[in-house]
Design a protein around this ligand. Structure first.
Ligand SMILES: Nc1ncnc2c1ncn2[C@@H]1O[C@H](COP(=O)(O)OP(=O)(O)OP(=O)(O)O)[C@@H](O)[C@H]1O
Ligand SMILES: [Mg+2]
Length: 244
């Protein structure tokens, strides 16, 4: 499997220093072949660190994996990499108490069999996802749950009201805890939408006859559920420590 580049977009050379193109293509090849040493493995993507520059990582989206997941009726459609990039940049520029990876570059590549892969380069967050915490990763010492979720809630309300952006995949895998500060990090705008029309509904996709085709979870309700489950986990850990 030898990859070649079809296109490179959103180049922000002021912010990113990457190893050579050939080195990265070889890394992507290895990443896909082994699915090893990744930072995270979601439904749609593999997220890998970049050996030559630990401050960045790449989200690798294989068309085949998307087709396998969403092929039948195409719902929920995963955002095109360029839309994900644009939403992430807009959200990252909002500022505030929630940290967001800064996207730097997208690549569209293919191998000799015509297999297509999209790659988004972004800053690597020194953080652990809440999903990983549920699966046994250590909890950052500075985490204060009430403050953490208050900041996230305020940020999500700002996203809706100021930017008209709805995340639509608020889940334990898409909220991370920064290791050094315990601050919230929000990632993965692959299912998000920016509303252009005030009559558009953010969470419901309808067919041409007006029937509901697909419903996304409400951001704030989903956040409450992530909070509830993390608090149960924190209590369990607390009780186990008392027993020691
Ligand atoms: N910028 C980043 N820095 C560090 N780790 C990251 C970063 N982005 C993603 N990750 C890790 O990779 C995992 C998968 O990333 P992401 O959520 O973007 O992929 P996905 O396939 O779209 O996920 P989902 O299953 O939610 O659809 C995350 O849960 C997280 O652990
Ligand atoms: Mg995700």
């Amino acid at each position: 499997m030898k990859f070649e580049i079809d296109s490179i977009e959103h180049i922000d050379t002021g912010t990113i220093e990457l190893p050579s193109t050939q080195t990265i293509l070889a890394e992507i090849e290895e990443a896909i072949a082994t699915e090893g040493s990744f930072l995270g493995n979601g439904k749609t993507a593999l997220v890998h660190s970049i050996k030559g520059n630990p401050r960045y990582c790449m989200k690798i989206i294989q068309d085949q994996r998307l087709d396998d997941l969403y092929g039948i009726d195409g719902h929920p459609p995963h955002n095109d990499i360029d839309l994900e990039f644009e939403l992430l940049s807009e959200v990252a520029s909002l500022g505030g108490a929630v940290k967001i990876p800064k996207p730097c570059l997208t690549w569209k590549i293919h191998d000799e069999n015509g297999k297509k892969v999209k790659v988004m380069f972004m800053t690597r967050m020194d953080a652990v996802s809440i999903k990983d915490v549920h699966e046994g990763s250590p909890i950052p010492e500075k985490l204060k749950s009430d403050e953490f979720f208050k900041k996230l809630k305020e940020f999500i309300v700002r996203l809706h009201e100021e930017a008209h952006i709805y995340h639509r995949d608020i889940a334990s895998s898409n909220i991370m805890i920064e290791i050094a500060t315990g601050d919230p990090v929000l990632i993965d705008f692959g299912d998000s939408i920016k509303l252009r029309d005030p009559d558009e509904r953010p969470y419901t996709v309808r067919d041409s006859l007006g029937r509901v085709k697909y419903s996304y979870p409400n951001d704030l309700n989903a956040l409450e559920e992530v909070k509830r489950l993390l608090e149960v986990k924190l209590l369990t850990i607390d009780k186990n420590q008392q027993k020691l």
